[in-house]
Design a protein. Structure first.
Length: 442
């Protein structure tokens, strides 16, 4: 297919998917179950590691996949949302699905969706269709493992049609309360919905009330539960601005001097969770994962927008701290970065706990620039500026994220640091603008 024709068809396919967002967030598994049945139930042929949680599930997903790839396995990874390219959502051994394949799978699914609606079924949402397409793609490519990140919640998420080898719940915090519940126990009960019979549960949750919920669900379906914070131990040895090293006492083995490019103590917990998953795959399922693969896999992990240092002079840091727990992790990590002044560029969705995040981050900064995430959920984005002004710092409000970060760069001296954080919907635009601008600066 000629390049121009390919691009034209690919964009049309993407537009079709994007238009499905008009069906919004619509919980329930009936629609995706019906769609998957019409596709021949590809999910039933997959060996799945299902990764849920409030924060860290994307990083943990990628770490697990990297270790498995380093072990010689063919690994499919489904994550959301994407940063720059929709195809980031479906990756096999580090390579995104091709544009040709996207066109093919969407052409196959369109008549099935039309038949469903004609027969009186509700139309599946964009995320449900994306999830089904990933299962189809991974099944046809005969991956050895599919590491599937939960979209939202657990029990009510469209990925929850799988029967996993291992269910992972990184942690449970306060996020998406309008969908999942107003307290941590209610949210934990929804997250625990990914715990299924004939599997193993791994969690790094620390809250005793959350752990109790997970224990009860694991017991109800008769599966073992491993607590990363109790059954596994790790210790930070050192951290630079681009890499850190740690020791780990796992379920079955001890590892010294593990290296990780992802910065922050929270990433050590995510890494410990990923290693625990791999040790369980070895002990419970006989999966071959050489010791050296754990070292190699972790050392290769990259995950854009998670404490990502784009530049050293001046320092430019990107981090998707979109909720309170994410902001707390960022607060803990900021001392690792030496700087004179700190300029904070922040954009958050209206349905997040914005006041709490502002209270945590703004006092650490010398200057604040507020911007608007490209999302209908941005709401009154300028209200974030009013919250920031209460802390006695100079605040600028610039609606366009690209313009906001370019202005922020102009405010930096050589030894200052810019931290761009908040919604992933804002981070994507900001990241592209920064990468382009920094080429001319450095």
């Amino acid at each position: 297919m000629p390049e121009t024709q390919l691009e034209k068809e690919y964009q049309a396919s993407l537009e079709y998917l994007v238009n499905l967002t008009t069906f919004g967030i619509n919980f329930g598994l009936g629609r995706i179950e019906e769609l998957l049945k019409r596709l021949g139930n590809p999910e039933k042929s997959l060996r799945v590691i299902h990764v849920g949680g409030t924060n860290g599930k994307g990083s943990t997903t990628v770490m697990i996949a990297r270790i498995l790839k380093a072990s010689g396995h063919k690994v499919g990874v489904f994550t959301s949302p994407h940063m720059h390219d929709w195809r980031e959502r479906m990756v096999i051994n580090g390579l995104m699905i091709s544009k040709e394949r996207v066109i093919q799978v969407i052409k196959r699914v369109v008549p099935l969706l039309e038949d469903m609606v004609a027969e009186g079924f509700e139309h599946p949402t964009e995320f449900e269709v994306s999830t089904a397409l990933s299962f189809l793609y991974f099944a046809e490519e005969k991956v050895d493992f599919a590491v599937i990140e939960v979209g939202l919640g657990g029990a009510i998420d469209s990925t929850n049609v799988v029967s996993p080898l291992i269910s992972v719940i990184t942690n449970v915090g306060m996020d998406h309360m309008d969908y999942l519940g107003s307290d941590v126990v209610s949210i934990a009960k929804v997250k625990a919905g990914i715990i299924k019979p004939n599997s193993v549960v791994v969690t790094a949750a620390e809250n005793p009330d959350v752990i109790q919920v997970l224990r009860e669900q694991a017991k109800a379906v008769g599966v073992p539960l491993w607590l990363v914070g109790e059954d596994v131990r790790w210790e930070s040895k050192w951290s630079g601005e681009l890499e850190q090293e740690f020791d780990l006492v796992g379920l079955h083995s001890t590892y010294s001097k593990l290296r990780l490019k992802l910065i922050g103590l929270h990433q050590l917990c995510n890494a410990a969770t990923a290693v625990t998953v791999c040790e369980v795959l070895q002990s419970e399922y006989g999966v071959k994962i050489p010791r050296k693969a754990i070292y190699a896999g972790l050392s290769e992990v990259e995950w854009p927008g998670r404490l990502e240092l784009l530049s050293l002079k001046p320092k430019v840091l990107l981090d998707g701290a979109h909720n309170v727990d994410g902001a707390q992790a960022l607060v803990q990590a900021l001392p690792f970065y030496t700087r004179a002044r700190l300029i904070l560029c922040l954009g958050m969705l209206a349905d997040k706990e914005r006041e709490k995040v502002v209270t945590m981050l703004v006092p650490l900064a010398d200057e604040i620039i507020i911007t608007r995430p490209d999302s209908p959920r941005a709401g009154d984005w300028r209200a974030l500026g009013s919250l920031a002004e209460q802390h006695g710092r100079p605040v600028s409000c610039i609606e366009n994220p690209k313009e906001a970060v370019i202005y922020a760069l102009s405010r930096l001296e050589e030894h200052d640091m810019l931290c761009v954080t908040g919604s992933i919907y804002m981070l994507a635009d900001a990241r592209l603008a920064l990468i382009e601008k920094l080429k001319t600066v450095n």
